[in-house]
Design a protein around this ligand. Sequence first.
Ligand code: NAD
Length: 293
Amino acid sequence: MLILDGKIASAAVKATLLAQTQALTTEGKRAPHLAAILVGNNGASETYVASKVKNCEETGFESTLIRLDVAVSEKILLDKIIELNNNPSIDGILVQLPLPKHIDEAKVIETINPAKDVDGFHPANVGRLVQGLPTFIPATPYGILLMLAHFDIPTKGKNAVVIGRSNIVGRPMSILLSSNIPQGNCTVTLCHSHTKNLKEICLEADIIIAALGVPNFLTCDMIKPGAVIVDVGITRVEDATAKKGFRIKGDVNYEEACAKASAITPVPGGVGLMTIAGLLKNTMKAFEASQNK
Ligand code: NAD
């Protein structure tokens, strides 16, 4: 059984990006620049943003972290985004989700200039993705495509099941896997909380993308022998024996799945690392487009 190791696949993507950045600076050009906005101090969001900033450093990118108080008004946040939209030295903008309840997430996403929307959440970019036009692919589905490419996982003609229909993972993933692209051309079934006979559907799958946020949901009785399992789930499960008081759990029962799968992503160390690789690639793409204007 092959472990789809995110450390290995993301290191390969980052090495290419670092070489590109070094070539830019050798030519006297500036490096790509990502701006991240973090509202409040949600523990998981803090960890994700810190990791994105660290990965920018590792690839030679510039990064700016903007911290706003949890009680910040929607107007101040939108103004901050507009300021970043108008700043020519910023290539990519990400607003770490989720946002506090008093802020309209859709409005925030729509305020980001689509040309700097490196998370790929703006409706203009989602529309382009649906139509197969060049766009920013949302970072997690993009990371999964990069992972499948790195490990040469064949997808053409395969049955793929995506569990979860969120705008950031499940839905774009289902569209990409069904698209006519190198890691696509699957026959895709998109499942969600109202899906009936999920177990039977999963048993038909050559590839399963589990993105529902329910720890250990996918068990061995749902997996066809030889299936490829991609575990997107990240849930903090309380555990007094763990140093931090919690452990990170995926949506797949890893031990059980290992007995059936031909390939599987671990959690942690799988899709999470690839998400950052996808984000960095999008930031480089935004930078390149801005230089060619
Ligand atoms: P979400 O939390 O917005 O939605 C969950 C989806 O799962 C919904 O579409 C729902 O219909 C479906 N669902 C819930 N229970 C189900 C069930 N019993 N059967 C079938 N479908 C069910 O989704 P999200 O934001 O995509 O997050 C999903 C998981 O992925 C979370 O654990 C999140 O932390 C994780 N995540 C990881 C990364 C990463 O980089 N690894 C990135 C984003 C999200």
